[in-house]
Design a protein. Structure first.
Ligand code: ADP
Ligand code: MG
Length: 381
């Protein structure tokens, strides 16, 4: 008997926290470390205070601890982060489940480092794709498999195709099943991880990056890498099966507030747009995290492109992991505290997941039962 579609299972959002190492600028300005990992799940944020020499020190009496599914600090490698957050989603995607991994946090906290990484220290994108291709190759199931990849950015509430920037701005459409699609998006089909890394690096260079006071090379856009694994039975018969698992990997723009980046003019407008998406995301996280306790809370996904695209990831049909990023420095205390508060709320989000599976014999059985019901109704007339 084949697995049937439509079996919904509960899934709680996984929330990870990564504290990056102190950087040179932070050391130079005399910042101290106020965010520490205590164990594999617990972190502490200490409230910094200035001493007599105006040097920032951590105030241990005003500290707050937070628990996450997993916590990383400066000692964590890219491999550690990948294995603990994303690696175990791969088998699910091949089996037809949706999954989302998104990097959240202020500018400069390490989101792009975690997702894209460096050539010498590749991040989650490439590690995931490598393992995905290996798993498909090693699969003993008799299925034809194709992998499609697309890479977009949302900048000022406009969608650009990072694999084909000349295509102009793309629009979101809702299909007959109520699923959100990006009209005209490039879907690149490949099973070669090296080729993909080249495409990603090229696409990433096209991302809209302009300097702000907060970070010279900050990325002001949200980038979304989508990988769809479509599988079909080789034999066309009554047991023919079609499976589709979608994996979203999202590198969000910085969550810091506009005032902190001292943005003016164009930057200010851009900040407002980024905030529109991030505000909508924060509103969704708020509504979803309260839903469990208070019953029907309205979740407004329609407010921004980002939340429309991440609808399944938050409260829908997706196994979702949020990797939250903070700097350890005393000078970033406020930002870190705001970020931790949201990450803490996101832990309450519950999704319902099922395999995206279409099975000819299953559908035939459904139709046969409908036909027999109709027959008996006609007989009764
Ligand atoms: P974000 O995408 O959140 O704005 P980045 O990923 O661009 O931040 O990180 C800012 C800088 O810090 C980059 O130069 C990056 O290489 C470095 N960095 C971030 N996280 C780490 C880390 N865990 N280990 C070493 N360097 C890091
Ligand atoms: Mg970035």
């Amino acid at each position: 008997m084949k697995d049937l579609p439509g079996e919904w299972k509960d899934h709680q959002l996984t929330v990870a926290l990564r504290i990056r190492p102190l950087n040179d600028a932070e050391i130079e300005e005399g910042a101290t470390t106020v965010a520490h990992k205590i164990d594999n799940q617990m972190v502490v944020l200490m409230d910094p205070c200035e001493d007599a020499d105006n040097v920032l020190r951590a105030n241990r009496s005003r500290e707050k601890t937070y628990m996450f599914d997993v916590a990383f600090d400066y000692a964590a490698t890219q491999e550690d982060v990948y294995v603990a957050t994303t690696k175990n989603l791969i088998d699910g995607v091949i089996a037809g489940y949706n999954a989302t991994v998104f990097a959240y946090g202020p500018t400069g906290a390490g989101k792009t480092y975690t997702m894209l990484g460096l050539d010498s220290e590749p991040g989650i994108y490439i590690r995931t794709l490598n393992d995905l291709f290996t798993a498909i190759e090693d699969s003993t199931e008799d299925l034809n498999c194709s992998v499609y990849m697309s890479y977009i950015e949302i900048y000022n509430e406009m969608i650009r195709d990072l694999l084909n920037p000349s295509s102009g701005y793309l629009e979101l459409r809702e299909d007959a099943k109520g699923e959100i699609r990006i009209a005209g998006i490039t879907e690149f089909s490949t099973c070669n991880a090296k080729e993909i890394m080249a495409l990603l690096t090229k696409g990433n260079k096209l991302r809209t990056q302009e300097s702000t006071a907060a970070n010279k090379t900050s990325s002001r856009s949200h980038a979304i890498l989508q990988v769809a694994v479509k599988q079909k039975s080789r034999v066309k018969d009554i047991n023919e099966e079609v499976r589709v698992g979608k994996l979203f990997m999202v590198d969000l723009a910085g969550t810091e507030r506009a005032s902190q980046t001292q943005n003016r003019g164009k930057r200010m407008k851009e900040g407002a747009h980024i905030n529109r998406s991030l505000l909508a995301l924060a509103n969704c996280i708020n509504a979803l995290s309260e839903k469990g306790g208070k019953g029907a809370q309205f979740v407004n996904y329609r407010d921004s492109k980002l939340t429309r695209l991440l609808k399944d990831a938050l409260g829908g049909n997706s196994r979702t992991v949020m990797i939250t990023h903070i700097s350890p420095a005393s000078s970033n205390f406020e930002e870190s505290r705001n970020t931790l508060v949201y990450a803490d709320k996101a832990k309450n989000i519950r999704n319902k997941v099922k395999r995206n599976l279409m099975n000819v014999s299953y559908h035939l059985a459904q139709y046969t039962s409908i036909i027999s019901d109709l027959r008996s109704e006609i007989d009764r007339l």
